[in-house]
Design a protein around this ligand. Structure first.
Ligand code: AMP
Length: 308
């Protein structure tokens, strides 16, 4: 049930209507791996950081059963840095700074022991880098899940389409699904994305939940109405990590089990937004995760009886 994760491990600086942070731990790979670990998976993270990356963060990842063998440390370079500012609605944000630093020349190296991993989660990175990881696998993983963003659609669509054609699950947000497909209807968009290769398409709708498509079948997971939304950074990655970790742990990639995985991922994302960065998902207990998942179950459970 080993899970290989590739994604950025970063420093972020975040500003929301509720406050501002200095450089804190971030990166898609960080959120994905941490989240997957709560599903009981032992994710191996392939990434790169600079000499300025604090040892305590690597230790923290290890304490969550994240295997860090695949994280390269480039002593003479700096860690990828991203800074963003959220608008008052917390749904939209502006990227203020992207310093690629060590990520600019990132050449992912999959450790030998993970070249036959059954599950592969490709976090949002250049599609060429994502493909390099797929190409290093000695056996084709049972499931390849990929996240991406509009940035790659704008600057390297051909490369992106090539990588998309190699994966089983594509996870993107509604705006990106519309851009990629040219369709406004998300159902039509999913159909077009299926035709690009992925058998499963997840369309994330932020505070309005997520849709899972598999040909004619569709499943909807709501987002939990929360009293406190502090910082949405990494919610999508945390969702994807929970989804991938759950599937890897269960070893079942049926559509039925994917529904559970989508709910687990949504529950993990609901924790993520409650505090800045990874703070909330660094300190979670099994009990509160289970309770949160059952809140989702309650949210959508009903017993409809048609009139006679
Ligand atoms: P999300 O909120 O799901 O879009 O993910 C936010 C995380 O993605 C932050 O922690 C950033 O460090 C990371 N990130 C932002 N831009 C990039 C990029 N161009 N490449 C890789 N990771 C990025």
């Amino acid at each position: 049930m080993n899970l290989l994760v590739v994604g950025s491990v970063a420093y972020d600086a975040i500003e929301t209507p509720f406050g501002k942070t200095d450089k804190i731990l971030g990166g898609a790979g960080t959120f994905i791996s941490l989240s997957a670990s709560y599903a009981g998976a032992t994710p191996l993270t392939v990434s790169v950081v600079g000499g300025d990356f604090e040892e305590k963060y690597l230790k923290m990842l290890e304490s969550h059963n994240v295997d860090i063998e695949g994280i390269q440390i480039k002593k003479d370079e700096k860690t990828f840095f991203w800074s963003g500012k959220y608008h008052n609605d917390m749904n939209s944000r502006d990227t203020l700074v992207t310093e690629l630093n060590s990520l600019e020349t990132f050449d992912p190296i999959v450790p030998e022991s993970y070249k036959n991993a059954k599950y592969l989660m490709l976090g949002n990175l250049a599609p060429t880098v994502q493909r390099k990881v797929i190409e290093q696998m000695t056996t084709r993983p049972e499931l390849i899940i990929m996240d991406t963003m509009n940035f790659w659609m704008d600057i390297m669509l051909d490369e992106l389409l090539k990588t998309i054609s190699m994966v089983d699950v594509l996870s993107i947000n509604d705006e990106e699904a519309r851009q990629l497909s040219g369709e406004y209807s998300l159902k039509k968009a999913a159909k077009k994305i299926h035709a690009m290769g992925p058998k499963f398409v997840i369309i994330k709708k932020g505070e309005h939940g997520a849709l899972l498509f598999n040909d004619e079948k569709v499943f909807y997971a709501p987002a939990l109405p929360l009293e406190e939304v502090f910082d949405p950074t990494g919610a999508g990655d945390t969702f994807a990590g929970g989804f991938a970790g759950y599937l890897a742990q269960k070893g079942d990639v049926s559509f039925e089990n994917m529904k559970n995985a989508v709910i687990f991922g949504s529950a993990m994302a609901s924790f993520c937004v409650e505090k800045f960065g990874t703070e909330r998902i660094q300190n979670l207990g099994k009990e509160e995760i289970n309770e949160r998942v059952f809140e989702f179950v309650e949210l959508v459970k009903f017993d409809y009886k048609p009139n006679k």
